[in-house]
Design a protein around this ligand. Structure first.
Ligand code: NAD
Ligand code: G3P
Length: 458
C-alpha cells in the first residue's frame, strides 16, 4: 500500500515477469502488481534493504530458504511469517523454527500472520481480515517495589529471558478501569524502549474510544503513574480535613513539581511529566471520585500509593531530592504523624522562589544561545534520539536538586547543557519557552505546552 516493496523469488521467470510485465504470470496471473514492487533473485540484497520482511514460503522449505541468510537479519528489522504448517523433520512450528534460526537479538521482532486470506482475493483488493500474533507483554501496573525499590520495568527486565526484553511495553495514563469498560473516551501512553514496539502496541490497543500515544521514556511514563498515587492520597486527606479547591490545586501543582524532580533524577524526561502519564493521571486521581488512592483514607480497596509512599521516601533520601509533600504523606500514613500538623509544617517551611534561581539562570543562558548554533541528533522519526534525550534529562535532574539547596558548579553546567541542548533544535522563541520548561520542571510543564502550541501555530 504505497510502500517500496522488494519481492524475492527463486524462479528467474517470476522475477522477469514481475519486473517487465508487472504481473506474476507464474503464481498470480491476472493481477497487476502494485506500482512500487520490484523482484529479485538475490535474497541477501532484498533482506538487507528491508525494514519489514514478510516470509511467505512453504513451511518445509523455511530452513532451506532462510538458513543461509538468517544471520544477516538486523535487530531493527521485523520478520512476519505468513507460513502455515509444521515441519516434518523436527515437528517444530514455524515460530519454533524461526526462533532457532534468527540471531538472538532479532527474536523480539518475530511476528506471525494468519487468517482467511486467499492470495488472489488479497491481490484483487477484496476485504480481508487476518491476525498478527507477536509475543509482547504490556504492563499496566503503577507502583514501585518496596523490597528492591525497582520500577515495574526494572523488575520485568530482570524476570524475563534476555531475548524477550525487547518486547516489554508499559501502559499508563488517566484511565479509571470503570470508565474504560464503559467505553468513555480515554487517552493513555504506551512506553517501550524501542519506538517500533511502542508503535505496534499502540496500533493494537487503540480504538475510537481508547486513544494511545507512544513514548520511549519508559522510566518517565512508569514513574508518573506510580508517584501520582501518593498525591492522590494527599488530596483525599486534604478533602477529609475539610480543605477546599485552593489546597487541592496547590497539592496537584507542587506535587507535580516533586514528582518531576524525583522522576528526572531517576532518568525521566521532564516533558513526560507534562503528559498523560504525568499531569494527566495526577489530575485524574487527585480529583476523581473513582480513585481508590484518593479515597484510601476512607478505607477499602487497593491503593498502590500506600506502599509507594514508603518507596518514594527511601528513593528521595537515596537520591537527595527534597519532596516535602510526599514525605509528609509518608509520615502520616506510616509513622502516625498528625495530618493537620504536617500540613502546617509543610506550609510554614522557609519561603522560596517558585522556580529555583539556579535553574532560571541555566535556562536563560540556554535561551541566549543562537538557535542554529548546534544541531540535535535526530531519531528515525525526526525527533531527538532517546539517548540524547536521556543524557540531557539527567542534566536537568541535577539542576532540580540544586533548587533545593544542594549543588555546585558541575551541577549548574548540567542544567545549562540540558537547556542548551533543548534550545539547539528549536526556533528561538520556542527555545525560551522550552528552556523554561526544562528548568522549572513540573511547574513549567505549562510552558512546555505553550512551546508546543507555539510550534504548531500557523
Ligand atoms: N483499576 C484501575 O482503574 C487501574 C487503571 C490503570 C492502572 N491500574 C493499575 O493496575 C494495577 C492493578 O490494579 P487493579 O485495579 O487491576 O487491581 P485489582 O485489585 O483489581 O487486582 C488485579 C488482580 O490482581 C490479583 N491480585 C491481587 N493481589 C494479588 C497477589 N498478592 N498475588 C497475585 N495476584 C493478586 C487480583 O486477584 C486481581 O485478579 C495497579 O498497579 C493499578 O495502579 C489500575
Ligand atoms: O483508583 P486508583 O487511584 O488506583 O487509580 C486508577 C488509575 O491509576 C487511574 O489512572
Amino acid at each position: 500500500m504505497g510502500h517500496e516493496t522488494a519481492l524475492w523469488a527463486r524462479s528467474p521467470a517470476v522475477v522477469e515477469s514481475v519486473n517487465t510485465r508487472h504481473e506474476n504470470v507464474v503464481h498470480l496471473p491476472g493481477h497487476p502488481c502494485p506500482p512500487g514492487l520490484r523482484a529479485s533473485n538475490d535474497l541477501a540484497a532484498v533482506l538487507n534493504g528491508s525494514e519489514l520482511l514478510l516470509l511467505v514460503v512453504p513451511t518445509q522449505y523455511i530452513v532451506d530458504t532462510l538458513g543461509a541468510v538468517a544471520h544477516l537479519l538486523r535487530p531493527h528489522q521485523m520478520l512476519v511469517s505468513c507460513s502455515k504448517g509444521i515441519r516434518l523433520d523436527s515437528l517444530e512450528t514455524v515460530a519454533e523454527t524461526l526462533e532457532g534460526l534468527v540471531p538472538l537479538d532479532c527474536r523480539g521482532r518475530l511476528a506471525y500472520l494468519s487468517g482467511p486470506s486467499f492470495a488472489a482475493e488479497v491481490a484483487a483488493g477484496q476485504p480481508t481480515a487476518v491476525t498478527i500474533a507477536a509475543k509482547m507483554l504490556v504492563s499496566c501496573s503503577k507502583g514501585i517495589r518496596l523490597d528492591s525499590l525497582e520500577t515495574v520495568a526494572e523488575t520485568l527486565e530482570g524476570l524475563v529471558p534476555l531475548d524477550c526484553r525487547g518486547r516489554l511495553a508499559y501502559l499508563s495514563g488517566p484511565s479509571f478501569a470503570a470508565e474504560v469498560a464503559a467505553g468513555q473516551p480515554t487517552a493513555v501512553t504506551i512506553a517501550a524502549k524501542d519506538e517500533a514496539l511502542a508503535a505496534r502496541v499502540q496500533a493494537l490497543l487503540s480504538t475510537p474510544r481508547l486513544r494511545c500515544y507512544r513514548s520511549t521514556d519508559v522510566v518517565g511514563v512508569e514513574l508518573g503513574g506510580a508517584l501520582k498515587n501518593v498525591l492522590a492520597i494527599a488530596c483525599g486527606i486534604s478533602d477529609g480535613l475539610g480543605f477546599g479547591n485552593n489546597g487541592r490545586a496547590a497539592l496537584i501543582t507542587r506535587g507535580l513539581y516533586e514528582i518531576t524532580k524525583l522522576a528526572v533524577a531517576m532518568g525521566a524526561n521532564p516533558l513526560t511529566m507534562a503528559g498523560l502519564a504525568g499531569m494527566g493521571d495526577l489530575v485524574l486521581t487527585c480529583t476523581g471520585d473513582l480513585s481508590r488512592n484518593r479515597t484510601a483514607s476512607m478505607g477499602g480497596a487497593v491503593a498502590e500509593g500506600v506502599p509507594t509512599a514508603v518507596a518514594i521516601h527511601q528513593l528521595a533520601v537515596k537520591l537527595g531530592v527534597e519532596c516535602p509533600i510526599m514525605e509528609g504523606i509518608h509520615r502520616v500514613i506510616h509513622a502516625g504523624a498528625n495530618a493537620q500538623e504536617v500540613v502546617t509544617e509543610v506550609m510554614s517551611r522557609e519561603l522560596k522562589p517558585e522556580v529555583a534561581p539556579e535553574i532560571i539562570r541555566g535556562a536563560a543562558a540556554a535561551a541566549a544561545r543562537p538557535a542554529a548554533a548546534k544541531s540535535m541528533p535526530q531519531g528515525a522519526n525526526g525527533t531527538a534520539s532517546g539517548v540524547e534525550a536521556g543524557s540531557t534529562d539527567r542534566g536537568v535532574a541535577v539542576a532540580c536538586r540544586m533548587g533545593d539547596g544542594a549543588g555546585g558548579a558541575g551541577e549548574a553546567n548540567g542544567a545549562r547543557s540540558a537547556a542548551a541542548a533543548a534550545a539547539s533544535f528549536l526556533p528561538a522563541d520556542a527555545s525560551r519557552l522550552l528552556a523554561a520548561a526544562t528548568a522549572g520542571a513540573a511547574v513549567a510543564a505549562m510552558a512546555a505546552v505553550a512551546a508546543i502550541r507555539w510550534l504548531g501555530r500557523p
